[in-house]
Design a protein around this ligand. Structure first.
Ligand SMILES: NC(=O)C1=CN([C@@H]2O[C@H](COP(=O)(O)OP(=O)(O)OC[C@H]3O[C@@H](n4cnc5c(N)ncnc54)[C@H](OP(=O)(O)O)[C@@H]3O)[C@@H](O)[C@H]2O)C=CC1
Ligand SMILES: Nc1nc2c(c(=O)[nH]1)N=C([C@H](O)[C@@H](O)CO)CN2
Length: 235
């Protein structure tokens, strides 16, 4: 049985992969869920992580992961909700499917995992739930309407679960704006996006790792948001 683990969802690439590797470097025992088998999965296995292939897009996926966790984990130190799908209304899917898909991964999955795994987190004197939301919930988005609303729903879970699970479990949100571009992003999109913050940089995935390590080491932060946005709000 695995003890004192930090679970991170969607860890096969980009932010999740960086966070999982940095948590391992910091001495944590890490469980990583992934949907698509990517190079990062092998790198994580070589570094001692426990990998579990999980697709949260349907109820079976959520139920199967909860069953696996209860059968294989003795205690949970952290539960990091990173898995996410950044779909806009302009994509080919019809819009009501986008709304279902966004709510499934950004609300139903963290909501159900938080409730189902509470007892394993309460086995320890201190545990953390971290919701990786998005700066965009503060102003909405005309291109990612369902994405933004679903991330706002995720962020609201922080307030309710922080109240419900105190004092042994802290619950916080991270609200990033640009962290790392996607491969398909054009130069004009990158230039336009960098101008949206006063710091004007693409900070990279370690920005999220640093925030998560701060939260895990805190004894006094719960029900709060860490906003990692380069000063977009003061532009
Ligand atoms: N990148 C950025 O600049 C920003 C990121 N964020 C947030 O930070 C977090 C990490 O961002 P980033 O690394 O870019 O994320 P990605 O877009 O790379 O997605 C992370 C992972 O989530 C997995 N995932 C998506 N849907 C599901 C599902 N239904 N079931 C299981 N896994 C799923 C994907 O799996 P698969 O590999 O199969 O596709 C992917 O590997 C996200 O929550 C994101 O919303 C917020 C603001 C800015
Ligand atoms: N799941 C994801 N969510 C988000 C991503 C991403 O790549 N995957 N990217 C962004 C953008 O960086 C945006 O913050 C700035 O263009 C937002 N969310």
């Amino acid at each position: 049985m695995l003890e004192n683990v930090v679970i991170i969802t969607g860890g096969a690439q980009r932010v999740g992969l960086c966070v999982a590797l940095d948590l391992i470097k910091a001495g944590y025992q890490v469980v990583v869920t992934y949907r698509t088998h990517r190079l990062g999965v092998e790198e994580l296995k070589q570094n001692g992580a426990t990998l579990i292939q999980t697709d949260f897009s349907n109820q079976d996926g959520i139920d199967n992961f909860i069953q696996w966790a209860n059968e294989n984990i003795q205690s949970i130190r952290g539960l990091i909700h990173n898995a996410s799908d950044w779909q806009g209304e302009s994509s080919t899917n019809c819009n009501n499917l986008i709304a279902e898909c966004m709510m499934q991964i950004h609300f139903h999955t963290p909501y159900q995992l938080n409730l189902a795994l509470t007892d394993l987190m309460k086995k320890l004197d201190m545990a953390d739930i971290i919701h990786i939301s998005d700066y965009v919930i503060e102003k909405g988005s005309d291109k990612h309407i369902a994405y933004s609303a679903s991330k706002a729903a995720m962020d609201n879970l922080t307030l309710s679960f922080a109240k419900l699970l105190a004092p042994s479990i802290k619950v916080n949100s991270i609200l990033p704006s640009l962290i790392v571009f996607n491969e398909h992003d054009t130069e004009s999109y990158k230039t336009k996006t960098l101008k949206k913050s006063v710091l004007g940089i693409e900070p990279g995935e370690a920005e999220i790792s640093n925030a998560i390590l701060f939260i895990l080491n805190s004894r006094y932060m719960t029900g709060r948001q860490l906003k990692l946005d380069g000063g977009r709000h003061i532009l």
